[in-house]
Design a protein around this ligand. Structure first.
Ligand code: ARG
Ligand code: ZN
Length: 862
């Protein structure tokens, strides 16, 4: 009996190998919404056709729906039943019209999946499985339908009614109501369905496509936000032009709308012709948005727009193929952003992001392949592995094929699979066919989890250099034995004395466990530059000395490799001082001095190159993470850099003051170096640093400078800290997105009392778990603050677990997304590890826990 009970509690595992084509197709659907926040009626008419020769009933997914009526071919149906929320309708024959009616309550939808209310706007989020919370339907991405949508709503509260496709008709109804009808001519899976009803205004524009069609563009927001939409609209136009130029992809409807809402579980959603966005990825003006925000807006607008081809015209056969659209689309948005400014800085930022989120995921209990084999809850698989490692996999194919063949291969892919639900295998097969390459072994990137490690040893013998490369892939959950991967490594040698390149860059495809390269006729001692441009998403270990790294940080002609050499030098220094308490900072100081004073380098690059690796990235290099020792070592190096290069930081700081805000790569670079320099001046302990920061804070004409100064003050002990924090709060108390920054800045503080501060902030009247951005700004930020979260008392773990248990009841998706930091217990000492496990166990034992959180917490315990 006990066993049976446990068995019913353990959620069902979905396996890739169990994929079966659908029993029924739904070529057409007509939806009729009678919208009301408290009670919305949804009538759906599905034309269904049997797929193949079988006798199985029609099964329509449903989640929390009660059928008010079920009709088949216009007649009240007999014999239907509910099976675990799904509607089962026995049908004879091959084709029918099945009609259902349900009632839902958007205002009570706190999960923000399906149809919900956000700040008076009704909107939808269906990916991955939200459509089944709106109406009964085969909620799987390989069922493609043509949609006709009719909406009726109160005209005063919901003057604007939007859906996918093109607007067809609208009119007045009774009792102050009105209606609108939208038809989408492109068959699509239900996860791309969207509707929006609200009191909205649009920033409109138009775009002429390459074949000369005019597309009406609209960015829809509430009236007070209208002035903050120009940047997003500009980014949309740039994206449309870029996709035509770089991929030959043209937009296909007469309208393209974007709606911004404040309550959203992630960044944005590519619904056909009607993207719905988290408002943080739309709204920007200099007073409220940082350069980072501006860049993120352009990237996310581009990402969702690019999905129109890589995601919508060609969708995924099943959710195991998620990276087919996400990895490829991230690669596309990264390339787009690289083309808008400094490609080198963009690559540095992307690699830093990969190392901060994907490498730890790949090394932890939730590691999974880019194409996973099983899941309990698909929402948990919108991960850095699917998105960012997935993008790296596409990038490697781009590297192996070269740009021309890669474009031929994507042309072939778009041509061959347009209008279908495809697989990762389909994509790779196009790369192989058009690229004329064999990617058999390369496919392991889709099946094997874990970050490969490469060791590269260069040895001189008799005027010859011998480079020995070895690779290994660490064991990951469920995959104890790994096969060698295909690793595209770009490399080059430089002469240690002359600084000259010794030959051209080579692309080496490392396919074996071990391989050896010999370089002959060398006239001087070579220094190895490897994995240039981060050509393979791997960890590289070399036998390069501190002097080699310092040399490369000054002479390498690949900017990424230059950055990387500096990072490695810093990392080696920091890891050594954590281990031995040593403080030999001379090599780092000299290398930073060279970079900082090199007139040939642009400021954005310099700013990236001189920032120390994060606490957590240092921790990732250690067998057992010691958060306090890491913090001390990093602070000591920051202080020494601040002191030794005091004049240079001052010069960089003063040399980058601007008269007026401007959003351009050069101006962004100036602001970035300025805030980095300010941080080092403060780290040096300079007496005037707090005042300098405070003056920047009060005098700034833009949020980048203001928030940069606030962060510096928030890390320090000066009384000006409180003054700045409360001035910031008072100024922005009615702006949710900026208040998020106020919470986040405090949660990321390096002060000793951050844990207490954060616990107090959770009781602040402006804090709420109901808004995902707010929850992430405090809980999410705190749990990546390595030293504060891992405080030896265990209070950090308890606090986060308490919050996640509370959040899970409201919004399981967002709770589960915030859980992974608690799961990294194997990386810490026994005491911390036990405290983390105890919290995971408490979460798993919580009555009524969602399957989202159950999957994350229980896998983290293994
Ligand atoms: N497809 C969306 C995007 O890439 C994200 C959807 C996320 N869905 C989820 N359940 N986490 O922009
Ligand atoms: Zn996406």
């Amino acid at each position: 009996m006990a066993d049976a009970q446990i068995a019913t509690q353990v959620p069902h595992v979905i396996r890739r190998e169990d994929y079966r084509a659908p029993d029924w197709w739904v070529p057409e659907i007509a939806l009729d919404f009678d919208l009301d926040p408290a009670a919305t009626r949804v009538r759906a008419a599905l034309s269904v056709t049997r797929n193949g020769d079988h006798a199985r009933p029609l099964v329509l997914d449903g989640d929390g729906l009660t059928p008010l009526s079920v009709k088949v071919d216009g007649v009240e149906a007999q014999g239907w039943s509910l099976n675990g929320g799904n509607l089962v309708v026995p049908l004879g024959g091959g084709a029918h019209v099945v009609e259902t009616e349900v009632e839902i309550a958007p205002e009570r939808n706190t999960q923000l999946e399906g149809l919900y209310a956000s700040g008076g706007i009704l909107c939808t989020q269906c990916e991955a499985e939200g459509f089944r919370r709106i109406t009964f339907f085969p909620d799987r991405p390989d069922v493609l339908s043509r949609y006709k949508v009719r909406m009726t709503a109160d005209k005063a509260r919901f003057p604007v009614l939007l859906a996918n496709g093109d607007p067809i008709a609208q009119g007045e109804g009774e009792g102050g109501r009105h209606w609108a009808e939208w038809h989408d001519p492109f068959p699509k899976p239900c996860y791309l369905f969207a509707l929006v009803a609200g009191d909205l205004v649009a920033n409109t524009g138009s775009f002429r496509t390459m074949s000369g069609r005019d597309v009406q563009l609209g960015i829809w927001v509430r009236q007070p936000d209208l002035a903050k939409t120009d940047h997003a609209l500009a980014a949309l136009k740039l994206s449309m032009a870029w996709d035509e130029k770089v991929y030959g992809r043209e937009y296909d409807l007469d309208v393209f709308n974007i709606v911004a809402v404040d309550d959203f579980n992630f960044g944005a959603m590519e619904n056909k012709g009607l993207n719905v966005f988290n408002s943080r990825y739309i709204l920007a003006d200099p007073d409220t948005a940082t350069d980072y925000d501006y860049d993120a807006i352009a990237t996310v607008v581009a990402h969702e727009y690019f999905h129109n081809w890589s995601g919508n015209r060609i969708t995924c056969r099943d959710w195991f193929q998620l990276s087919l659209k996400e990895g490829f689309t991230v690669f596309r948005d990264q390339s787009f952003s690289a083309d808008q400014g400094s490609a080198a800085v963009k690559r540095i930022e992307d690699v830093r992001g990969l190392r901060a989120s994907q490498f730890p995921e790949d090394a932890g209990p939730l590691a999974h392949p880019v194409r996973p084999d099983e899941y309990i809850e698909i929402s948990n698989f919108y991960t850095a592995t699917i998105y960012n490692k997935g993008a790296e996999v596409i990038r490697m194919m781009h590297t192996i094929l070269g740009p021309t063949k890669f474009r031929e291969a994507t042309d072939l892919y778009f041509e061959r699979f347009d209008g279908t639900a495809a697989t990762c295998e389909d994509f790779v097969a196009c790369m192989e066919e058009a690229g004329g390459v064999d990617l058999e072994q390369f496919r392991r990137w889709y099946t094997q989890a874990g970050t490969p490690r490469v060791s590269a040893d260069l040895a001189m013998d008799n005027g010859k250099a011998r480079l020995t490369l070895r690779q290994s892939v660490p064991a990951t959950p469920g995959q104890s034995v790994k096969e060698p991967m295909v690793l595209p490594l770009k490399l080059k040698l430089f002469g240690a004395e002359t600084g000259r390149a010794m030959g051209d860059e080579q692309l080496v495809l490392l396919k074996e466990d071990t391989s050896e390269l010999v370089f002959e006729n060398l006239t001087e001692q070579p220094v190895l530059s490897i994995n240039r441009g981060f050509s393979a998403p791997v960890v590289v270990e070399t036998n390069r000395t501190a002097a080699d790294l310092a040399f490369l940080s000054a002479h390498d002609d690949d900017p990424f490799a230059r950055y990387e050499a500096m990072q490695q030098l810093m990392l080696d220094t920091l890891v050594a001082s954590v281990a031995s308490g040593g403080t030999d900072h001379g090599a780092v100081i000299e290398a930073v001095r060279n970079t900082l004073t090199d007139p040939a380098l642009d400021r954005a690059f310099i700013a990236e190159a001189v920032v120390l690796p994060s606490d957590s990235f240092i921790g990732d290099q250690m067998a057992v993470v010691d958060p306090d020792a890491i913090f001390r070592a990093r602070e000591a190096l920051r202080r020494d850099l601040g002191t030794a290069l005091g004049d240079q930081w001052r010069a960089a700081y003063e040399g980058s003051i601007a008269n007026r805000f401007e959003y351009s790569p050069a101006a962004k670079g100036a602001r970035r170096i300025r805030s980095v320099a300010l941080g080092y001046i403060a780290a040096s302990g300079a007496q005037d640093a707090p005042q300098l920061a405070f003056d920047q804070f009060t005098g700034a004409d833009n949020m980048t400078d203001r928030q940069g100064a606030l962060s510096t003050l928030a890390n320090g002990q000066s009384p000006l800290r409180e003054q700045a924090l409360s001035a910031f709060y008072d100024r922005y108390r009615s702006n949710g997105l900026v208040l998020d920054k106020w919470f986040q800045t405090q949660a990321l503080s390096s002060r000793d009392d951050t844990g207490e501060v954060v616990r107090a902030l959770a009781a602040h009247p402006a804090f709420t778990l109901a808004n995902p951005n707010r929850a992430r700004s405090l809980i999410g930020a705190f749990s990546v603050n390595q030293r504060a979260f891992h405080h030896a008392s265990g209070e950090g773990y308890r606090f986060v677990a308490d919050q996640l248990i509370a959040l899970d009841k409201l919004n399981p998706q967002t709770a589960a997304k915030l859980l992974p930091p608690l799961g990294r217990w194997k990386r810490f000492d026994a005491r911390r590890g036990a405290a983390m496990r105890a919290e995971l166990e408490r979460i798993v034992a919580t009555p009524g826990l969602s399957k989202d959180s159950f999957e994350q917490a229980s896998k983290s315990l293994d």
